[in-house]
Design a protein around this ligand. Structure first.
Ligand code: QV4
Ligand code: CA
Length: 512
């Protein structure tokens, strides 16, 4: 009995860190701005067969319709109500997506925008994605309903009502983030409305939440609404399963608010990860890949079991949020593939892959003046569907990084090596590095400006392996480079610095 109680306590206190992905599925993909109908299809035709664990979706709730500029992607971060009604689809389409994805074992993670409603200057009317009336001047959101009592204005002490100084935690939590009307989460009424919204999503079958702007909420207020959440649906999840929680807190150091303040509620986004990895792969600031030997906590990152990691996200790929110019994105595809490959091979953190749309990026004085441009859309503002080309890439300006062979195959690599230790590190004291994951997989990078030719200990059983970067195992054949592992576990690697992708990855499921 005592053992049982202890186990229950352990489960309860640790449950929200578990991504709830199916065993052997270790990554999720952010299908930024995709329509629910397209996500349902993608789960069935691509994500499930390729071992993806889940999808982070764009905010599903009703939001402000912004027409100046024309339908920016960021309008979805200005809630008007908790009706499931957005450019991605309506409630029926949402339910259909969750059901179909869950049925193939790919789970849905909702981006929950609960720190605020729309901007103070949004005006009044029904210019919202479901046509709900609101008035930003009187703070009236009858479709929730929220009224003037439910906002923090009286609590915020800055002259402008805005967050003016990130050095003051009170401002950061109680004042407006870029003019967004700040919810009074100290009130049980507001907490209950937020929990009601999230529980509605849990009832439909979602597996967890990215909590937007968590830095701008008091951890205790968050705990109060998180404690009100139900367990996940037993149609798809084991009895007693808690929703996976990961909190968006940008902590690059240097502010009084720390990622660690939020560990009690769930995992936290590790923004140092992409900023540092980008710097290393770009070889900026004297960095080199050899220094990645102690990547992870050794670099001052949060504990691995608290971290959600990613190379770029929907903000910092276009200069919003944090990370700066070091962040690698699909625009720098060769280096990006190396960074994502490194992330997926390395055991640190829970991994999220980015999947973007292309926009007319245009720099003026170092800033992308088109950073606001929304998803591929028709003249009426409706989002275009994701078309699939004969070569499996995406059309209509959807980038679909998750379908790039090198990235998709590394998602599979991570599943194959899941639970295996970080082993057999090798480096040339410069930018040629290699490491293994126990006796299941091995990866080698040449990011130097000269060729690499080395015999390395892989830790793998003897045999012929197919490199999953230049190609992959197809039937009994290999469409890429073949690597011969000798009886003693060593193998010879030759990587040209001008190769299309200067890295090689092998694993036991790609043994010929
Ligand atoms: C502008 C002026 C204001 C003025 C207002 C008047 O700047 O001074 O008062 O007009 O209407 C947008 C615009 C911003 C505009 C504001 C209010 O960019 O110029 O104010 O709306 O209308 C996204 C975008 C933001 C956008 C927001 C809401 O990135 O630019 O603001 O959506 O539409 C910090 C936070 C972190 C945050 C990150 C971007 O700690 O939490 O900044 N990241 C998350 C999301 C992000 C989202 C939000 C938070 C807000 O990932 O996508 O912001 O929900 O680091
Ligand atoms: Ca707040």
């Amino acid at each position: 009995m005592r053992v049982f109680l202890l186990l229950v306590a352990f489960e309860l206190s640790w449950a929200q860190y578990n991504p709830n992905t199916k065993p052997g599925r270790t990554s999720i993909v952010h299908l930024f701005e995709w329509r629910w109908a397209d996500i349902a299809l993608e789960c069935e035709r691509y994500l499930a067969p390729n071992g993806f664990g889940g999808v982070q979706i764009s905010p599903p709730n009703e939001n402000l319709v912004v027409t100046n500029p024309w339908r920016p992607w960021w309008e979805r971060y200005q809630p008007i109500s908790y009706k499931l009604c957005s450019r991605s689809g309506n409630e029926n389409e949402f339910k259909d997506m969750v059901t179909r994805c869950n049925n193939v074992g790919v789970y849905i993670y909702v981006d929950a925008v609960v720190n605020h409603m729309c901007g103070a200057a949004a005006g009044s009317g029904t210019h919202s994605t479901c046509g709900s009336y609101f008035n930003s001047e009187t703070h009236d959101f009858p479709a929730v309903p929220y009224s003037g009592w439910d906002f923090n204005d009286w609590k915020c002490k800055t002259g402008s009502g805005e967050i003016e100084n990130y050095g003051d935690p009170y401002q950061v939590r109680d004042c407006r983030l870029v003019s967004l009307l700040d919810l009074a989460l100290e009130k049980d009424y507001v907490r209950s409305k937020v929990a009601e919204y999230m529980n509605h999503l849990i009832d439909i079958g979602v597996a967890g939440f990215r909590i937007d702007a968590s830095k701008h909420m008091w951890p205790g207020d968050m705990k109060a609404f998180l404690d009100k959440l139900k367990n996940l649906r037993t149609t798809w999840f084991a009895e007693g399963t808690r929703p996976f929680i990961f909190q968006e807190v940008i902590d690059l150091g240097g502010e009084p608010i720390k990622a660690s303040d939020y560990y009690g509620n769930g995992r936290v986004t590790e923004f140092k990860y992409g900023a540092k990895l980008g710097t290393v792969i770009r070889k900026w600031s004297g960095e080199k890949m050899a220094y990645l030997k102690n990547w992870g906590e050794g670099w001052g990152f949060m504990p691995s079991d608290k971290a959600v990691v990613f190379v770029d996200n929907h903000d910092n790929q276009r200069g919003h949020g944090a990370g700066g110019s070091a962040i690698l994105t699909f625009w720098d595809s060769r280096q990006y593939k190396m960074a994502v490959g490194f992330m997926l091979a390395h055991p640190y953190g829970f991994t999220r892959v980015m999947s973007s749309f292309r926009w007319p990026r245009y720099f003026e004085n170092g800033k992308d003046i088109n950073d606001w441009v929304g998803p591929p859309s028709n003249g009426d503002g409706s989002t275009k569907s994701v078309t699939i080309n004969p070569d499996t890439t995406c059309g209509n300006d959807w980038v679909c990084e998750h379908r790039w062979r090198q990235i998709r195959n590394m998602v599979i690599f991570r599943n194959v090596v899941d639970g295996q230790p970080f082993t057999n590190w090798w480096d040339n004291n410069s930018n040629q590095v290699a490491f293994g994951r126990g006796n299941k997989g091995f990866i080698v990078f040449n990011n130097d400006d000269w060729n690499m030719s080395e015999t390395l200990q892989t830790g793998l059983p003897a045999g012929t392996y197919c490199d999953v970067i230049s190609g992959q195992k197809e039937g009994n054949g290999c469409s890429g480079i073949k690597i011969q592992v000798n009886g003693d576990g060593t193998a010879y690697f030759q990587i040209s610095n001008s190769a299309e992708d200067p890295f090689v990855a092998i694993h036991v499921d790609a043994k010929l």
